[in-house]
Ligand binder design. Structure first.
Ligand code: PLP
Length: 455
């Protein structure tokens, strides 16, 4: 069995050429600390009975630790999971134009709250409102930090101290522990639940309306699906009830799409324009789900209600940053120009051709085969994901391969590359779905896979 004496001293490791080079660029204490950490790991490995690590391995470990320190904590990764709107990986990637707009506005002064024509103070809410109203058919629009904020703000401004009627089947938890009943409570509105988990009828709403009713709230069940013996009232039915009784209809669409999802073989999702046409007074949706823009919560609807919302103190507390506004304006312009499917990454991925996806998977597979590495191109499903279309998937092709160091360590190895690749683990294989990978990163993916297979 190896003993501690087989391990080099700190000073011996510091003499190594690679380590000496690092001392020049980082401070000596940082390098010494990394060497100590690497030695500590090697020491516990020798105690556990494995042979002592050669000095080269200790040096590599120390170098890796110092390089990891240099990496930003928030950094780009390659999403090989096939889940398009992946909340943990940042939801919607921005279009090139949107990212460039954010960078350009972020690095200089701008017309954020300045009217250049008049040379006087302007409003930050005007930059997107024309685009939002044209694209949705709503009279007015306002954007805040995210959709949870949008719903909270809309309820606080329009229903504080009064009743809001909601179907029991729509009292959802959005994720991360955010529950609609809790949001309602924080807004100061009182929750009135109607119907049952699986069935709620128009008459349930009608019977619940009283003198203190401010609104009906409809919440899109974005992350689950009730099947079987179910009934949900149509939005148009609710709009008629709300109009007759002089109360508001607020629609939390969740994802909110400007494009008809049925064009891509997915189930038809009501678009934002559908909600407006069917008579919702206020519609809330996310900026970074199917809209494919930066994180934001958008509120569109009737001018009178949007003005009340904009005047509420929460509106100031939840307002958007200039870089977000820049990215959102650029994203909305893609829709206005009719180029969203080609330019907005979420739609480009949803609309990607299966033939091209298969060809990319085969290119990886063939390159691996050239080095004698086995892999397999299989048909599979990509998920739209991210609290958008519950359970909606698209046909895809994936590359499946085994890991010579086991699945857990193999996927950790891919995640540990300087540009991390997040793969899926399916049964005994690592699985990579090209759909959610920018073709510009295909070469990096192949290199990672070759490195892994060479271990
Ligand atoms: C996603 C979602 C939200 C929250 O939106 P964020 O932009 O994540 O804050 C609220 N309501 C519904 C129905 C959702 O799907």
């Amino acid at each position: 069995m190896a003993s501690r004496r087989d391990l080099p001293s700190v000073d011996r490791v510091l003499l190594d050429e690679r380590i000496a080079g690092l001392i020049a660029r980082h401070s000596r204490p940082i390098v010494v600390a990394a060497v100590r950490d690497a030695l500590a790991v090697a020491r516990s490995a020798t105690r556990a009975g494995t042979t002592a690590s050669p000095i080269a391995e200790i040096v590599s470990d120390a170098v890796g630790r110092i390089e990891a320190r240099d990496q930003p904590s928030l950094r780009r990764v390659i999403n090989g999971t096939g889940v398009i709107i992946q909340t943990n990986l940042g939801r919607a990637p921005l279009s090139r134009e949107a990212a460039e707009a954010a960078a350009a506005i972020g690095s200089g002064y701008s017309t954020l709250e300045y009217d250049v024509e008049r040379g006087e103070r302007g409003s930050r809410t005007t930059h997107m409102s024309r685009l939002l109203t044209t694209l949705t058919g709503a009279e007015a629009a306002l954007a805040v930090n995210n959709n949870a904020a949008a719903v909270l703000l809309a309820l606080a401004a329009l229903a504080r101290g009064r009743d809001v009627i909601i179907a029991r089947g729509q009292l959802v938890e959005i994720g991360g522990g955010f529950r609609i009943p809790d949001v309602l409570a924080q807004s100061g509105a009182r929750l009135v639940e109607v119907g049952t988990t699986n069935r709620t009828y128009a008459r349930d709403y009608v019977e619940a309306i009283g003198d203190s009713t401010a609104a009906i709230l409809r919440v899109h069940p974005s992350n689950f699906r009730v099947v079987g013996f179910t009934h949900e009232s149509q939005l148009s039915e609710l709009a008629e009830i709300a109009r007759d009784r002089g109360i508001l209809l607020i629609d939390d669409l969740g994802s909110g799409s400007l494009i008809d999802t049925s064009r891509f073989g997915l189930e038809h999702e009501p678009t934002i324009a559908d909600s407006i046409t069917e008579g919702a007074d206020v519609v809330c949706f996310s900026g970074d789900k199917l809209l494919g823009g930066p994180q934001a919560g958008i509120i569109v609807g009737r001018s009178r209600e949007i003005e009340r919302v904009a005047r509420h103190p929460f509106a100031r507390a939840m307002r958007l940053d200039k870089m977000t506004i820049a990215a959102m304006e650029a994203t909305l312009r893609h829709y206005e120009r009719g180029e969203a499917i080609e330019k907005v990454p979420v739609w480009r991925m949803i609309g990607a051709s299966v033939v091209e996806i298969e060809a990319r998977a085969r290119t990886w597979g063939n390159a691996l085969a050239d080095r004698g590495i086995n892999s397999e191109v299989r048909s599979g499903r990509s998920a739209v994901g991210g609290g958008s279309l519950p359970g909606a998937t698209l046909p895809t092709f994936v590359l499946a391969l085994t890991s010579p160091i086991g699945l857990d360590r193999g996927s950790a190895f891919l995640r540990g590359r300087p540009l991390a690749l997040i793969a899926r683990v399916e049964h005994d294989r690592l699985v990579i779905d090209p759909r959610t990978i920018d073709p510009a990163d295909d070469g990096v993916v192949l290199n990672h896979l070759l490195e892994l297979s060479g271990l």
